[in-house]
Design a protein around this ligand. Structure first.
Ligand SMILES: [Zn+2]
Length: 204
């Protein structure tokens, strides 16, 4: 599964870990917060994943880091065609390890902002991957986004019930060593915990 340091993918992982032999894949793109990668590693270790692979994409940048980039209303953290790239790499890893399920932790709120996290996109990508790989087709490798109908607040509620280690997660978009509690990622985290009625061990 695709694992970031965030709550969504951690929730996915904790919902799967007792039932599946899970391999985690984390992308280190340009200027990703060190703390986000460290969080992903800590979450993967806590869940006892079979393997945690870090895949480096140092030239892949977020919109705000692309000089002269023009991406309209998309947020500064937008990465052009991010999921077409990430899920293709995950599919390559699946071929190598003979994995039949690729899982990502996108929620309903994400799908309202990003075109490449919707069900139609993943269905189409799955078909494309089967066309391009006889191994993936034979083993019927599927892409599943189990949180796609949940809001961020509903994910936080589910995470609490699964005992996701919130203290290991990372939601900040900045490069600091602690959450700034001011950026869009932090503000969304505060709002989701509040709405879910769950206390956040990281929020002072
Ligand atoms: Zn922040």
């Amino acid at each position: 599964m695709l694992l970031s340091g965030g709550i969504d993918s951690a929730t996915c992982l904790f919902s799967l870990k007792d039932e599946y032999d899970v391999r985690a894949l984390t992308f280190e793109y340009h200027d990703i917060a060190r703390r986000e990668v460290d969080s992903a590693k800590a979450i993967g270790a806590r869940a006892g994943v079979t393997e945690h692979r870090l895949f480096r994409l140092p030239d892949l940048r977020e919109a705000e880091d692309i000089p002269g980039g023009r991406f309209g209303d998309l947020p500064p953290t937008y990465i052009p065609l991010r999921n077409a790239i990430f899920y293709s790499v995950a599919a390559s890893y699946s071929e190598e390890k003979r994995v039949s399920l690729i899982v990502g932790g996108h929620n309903r709120d994400d799908a309202e902002v990003f075109r490449d996290v919707g069900g139609k996109f993943f269905e189409s990508l799955e078909r494309t991957l089967w066309l391009g790989s006889s191994i993936l087709k034979r083993q019927k490798t599927m892409i599943r986004i189990p949180l796609s109908r949940k809001t961020k607040a509903q994910v936080v509620k589910l995470a609490a019930s699964l005992k996701v280690p919130f203290e290991l997660t990372w939601s900040c978009h900045r490069l600091g060593t602690e959450h700034c509690w001011e950026c869009a990622g932090c503000l969304s985290r505060i709002e989701s915990f509040k709405e879910a009625g769950v206390s956040d061990p990281l929020h002072p």
